[in-house]
Design a protein. Structure first.
Length: 378
């Protein structure tokens, strides 16, 4: 069969769905990758994939621009004679599925994390758009030839309450999977509390990743004179309304609170060089950075929030803190600095959980199983 994978960034396709594309190709299927233009598109092409840049702006609400994108997709799907369209994130899922349905594509698979800005925000624009988007989502995501893949039980419950999708068409699959051979532990030693502790937050630099809380925790622990280095691994995301301004990040570095690494190409090497990984996010689908860190046998500190608590079980393979609580975050980091044995125990358990629940081979197998529900000979 021919499968079209449609995402809102080429970075996402490369970092989160490249292994799925490889598995499809190795199984004899043809894969077409579609996203807005960007540097990772050429990396996908160098891997031998057909990647096509779409005329898409992630934050656009301009009706003419959106219509142009839909018409472009409609032409592409019809011209390619696609058998299955798999969309990632709300906008790509809705547009890809609408186009596929209108073009008579027999199978539509969608993977989303939560309901998106229109349903979670209370500002005027979101409230005005909500009924329109609800109608589009019901048409796009439901139907006999559709399946909706969600990453955590909270999102499953959220969609069931919404009435937008028949619950029988929802499948729960834990994220996009992690290569647990590439993300593997470095030797860890029982160092004392006086040795510098390196703590990293690996994520796009968005406010809802808990940046304020991370910085406030750094400020508190620095005032206590603790030997802790705080690192930020990631860049701002101009396509997201919650992005942190670069000038703010640079001000933090000038204040001496954090070291900003920017985009890190070799994440396994980074994880092997740090002691603790932190993600004080407000909500996630399933945070891949945490899973990758866990696969490297690192202790994890995150929030008791949807998506995050599916990765971390408190006191078993990491520590959970309340959302928005910088004091609790600071105390959790300090506790890990003071207790090396706890760090080693939590990290070992995180590695075991990553192997057991999040290995990419299992995730890809389950995803292909969803494809076969819709295209029996896939």
């Amino acid at each position: 069969m021919k499968v079209l994978l449609f995402a809102n960034t080429e970075w996402y396709l490369y970092n989160f769905r490249r292994s799925l594309a490889v598995a499809l190709r190795e199984a004899g299927h043809e894969v077409v990758l579609v996203s807005p233009p960007g540097p990772y598109g050429e990396k996908l092409r160098r891997l031998g994939f057909r990647w096509m840049p779409a005329p898409m702006e992630r934050r656009s609400l301009n009706p003419l621009r959106e219509l142009r994108l839909v018409l472009w997709l409609r032409h592409l799907v019809a011209h390619e004679k696609v058998d299955l369209v798999h969309g990632f994130t709300i906008k790509c899922a809705v547009y890809g599925s609408i186009v596929a349905r209108l073009a008579g594509v027999p199978a539509r698979v969608n993977a989303v994390a939560g309901m998106g800005y229109v349903f979670t925000s209370n500002d005027l624009k979101a409230r005005v758009l909500r009924p329109i988007v609800s109608a589009l989502m019901r048409f796009a995501l439901d139907g006999i030839g559709a399946r909706l893949i969600l990453q955590n039980p909270d999102d499953v419950a959220l969609f069931e309450r919404s009435g937008l999708v028949d619950p029988s068409r929802v499948r729960l699959i834990a994220g996009s999977g992690v290569d647990c051979e590439r993300f593997s532990p470095a030797p860890r030693c029982d160092s004392g509390a006086d040795v510098l502790l390196r703590v990293v937050l690996p994520a796009r630099l968005l406010w809802d990743k808990g940046l304020n809380e991370f910085i406030e925790a750094a400020r508190q622990l620095r005032a206590e004179g603790r030997a802790i280095e705080f690192l930020l691994a990631g860049d701002p995301d101009p396509g997201n309304p919650a992005t942190a301004p670069e000038r703010t990040i640079r001000a933090w570095t000038e204040e001496g609170l954090v070291r900003w690494l920017g985009h890190v190409e070799d994440m396994p090497a980074l994880f092997r060089s740090v002691d603790v990984v932190v993600l004080p996010s407000y909500r996630e689908g399933l945070p891949k950075g945490l899973i990758e860190a866990g696969a490297c046998a690192l202790p994890l500190v995150t929030t008791d929030a949807p998506g995050c608590r599916e990765v971390v079980t408190h006191e078993v393979d990491g520590l959970l803190v309340p959302v928005g609580d910088a004091d609790a975050l600071a105390r959790a980091i300090a506790r890990l600095q003071d207790d090396t044995a706890l760090r080693l125990r939590l990290g070992a358990a995180a590695r075991e959980k990553a192997l057991r629940e999040f290995d990419e081979r299992s995730v890809i197998s389950r995803t292909l199983g969803v494809y076969r529900e819709l295209v029996p000979n896939a």
